[in-house]
Design a protein around this ligand. Structure first.
Ligand SMILES: *Cc1c(COP(=O)(O)O)cnc(C)c1O
Length: 395
């Protein structure tokens, strides 16, 4: 009941609201994606690349000192250990195989923190395809290491100077490019957003995360489900992957952490589920941060990957059915949580993932609770921010 229906909707959210010129592309993809993804050749190549190129399965690590701190059993799903440093590669490998099957030669993508851009540039190098990545100028500046990686991988990075020059603006530009080259270009969307079938396709490609959690928990705990799942949400792809196989298992509580920024009432926030109203953004009907005239409000988060005024339709529906508990975690809470994980476990998480960690202190656990929290990426790209905040040395 939480899955997409045959019209592309999750409850009242989703659908495909695209300009006339893109209608055929989106329809072609809708008619192709399940057939390709279910084919023997796709499964074989996708599974093999996830294993030998990405390094899957990613470990499920029992974090002993973190568990003691929060009084329950906390397992970390280590997507930070994937090739290119985040969960994004699970999706880009799948979509590039679909693009190739559809005969497309030119790939475009949007990126916020640069992780999706790097993951896309990586698979384009691997498959010898042309790659153009749109990235807000603000993000180009705050995530410079990832820009250099994309360039070294052979992608053209186009800085976008509209709006507040972040992820929403990059997505607008990518869609504009797609409208100009609908025939030869495949748009690799980086999250569970955009017109149907993207949210469903991306959720399925990321669902390898919960497929592995089931197996790994069975080995470690003798049962295949946890009491809690925690993940951060920007557009929602690492969360979708984490919860996919547990959506209808009501024994499992789902906690989603969105970016509170400087506080949800501060005017500087990206907490879309808290602040959004129903509207249309980037091809889907979902919750959108907007003013009374329907103008999109500029979001804000210290974390480039969560700095987005929309949210995947799957997650908008989970929130509206109360299947998921959604918490807004502010910049300072995320920064403290990142520091805590680093000092307790020797793992420097991405700033995005730190929002999921920051949600731990908001829930009161029983000692026997089993918690799985997805560390969506590693913190290399965020070192400047961390050093600025802590001066590199805080006790
Ligand atoms: C992109 C990114 C996110 C946010 O995107 P989702 O689609 O919500 O997962 C979270 N964590 C990391 C490390 C990212 O790179």
């Amino acid at each position: 009941m939480y899955q997409v229906n045959d019209k592309g909707y999750y409850g009242e959210f989703g659908g495909a609201y695209v300009p006339e010129i893109l209608h055929r592309c989106v329809e072609e993809l809708r008619q192709t994606y399940l057939q390709v993804m279910n084919s023997e050749t796709f499964r074989k190549e996708y599974d093999q690349l996830l294993r030998d190129y990405v390094g899957r399965p990613s470990p499920l690590y029992l974090a002993g000192r973190l568990s003691r701190k929060y009084g329950c059993k906390i397992y970390l799903k280590r997507e930070d250990l994937n090739h290119t440093g985040a969960h994004k590669i699970n999706n880009t490998i799948g979509q590039i195989l679909i693009a190739r099957q559809m005969g497309k030669r030119r790939i475009i993508a949007e990126t916020g923190a640069g992780q999706h851009g790097v993951a896309t540039a990586t698979v384009c190098a691997l498959m010898d395809m042309e790659c153009v990545v749109y990235m807000g100028k603000t993000d180009v500046e705050r995530q410079h290491a990832n820009v250099q990686k994309m360039q070294m991988l052979g992608a053209r990075v186009v800085p976008v100077t509209s709006g507040n020059m972040t992820l929403k603006d990059a997505t607008n530009e990518a869609i504009r490019d797609w409208c100009c080259h609908p025939a030869d270009t495949y748009y690799i969307i980086g999250s569970t957003v955009g017109p149907h079938p993207y949210p469903d396709m991306v959720a399925r490609l990321q669902s390898v995360i919960s497929e592995e959690i089931k197996k790994q928990l069975t080995e470690k705990e003798g049962r295949d489900y946890p009491d809690y799942l925690f993940a951060c949400v920007g557009g929602g792809s690492n969360a979708a992957g984490t919860i996919y196989h547990y959506l209808s298992d009501e024994r499992v509580k789902i906690v989603l952490a969105e970016a509170g920024g400087k506080g949800i009432f501060s005017g500087k926030s990206a907490a879309t589920i808290h602040l959004g109203k129903k509207g249309i953004i980037h091809g889907a009907r979902t919750l959108v941060m907007q003013n009374e005239d329907g103008q999109i409000e500029e979001p804000y988060s210290i974390s480039a990957g969560l700095d987005y005024p929309g949210i995947g339709p799957l997650h908008a529906n989970l929130a509206s059915c109360h299947r998921a508990t959604v918490l807004a975690i502010n910049d300072d809470e995320a920064l403290r949580a990142a520091y805590e994980l680093t000092r307790l476990e020797g793992i420097i998480p991405a700033l995005e993932s730190a929002h999921a960690l920051g949600a731990l202190e908001k829930i009161s656990f029983r000692p026997e609770d089993v918690v799985v929290l997805t560390v969506s990426g590693r913190g290399d790209k965020d070192m400047d921010t961390y050093i600025q905040f802590f001066g590199g040395d805080e006790e």
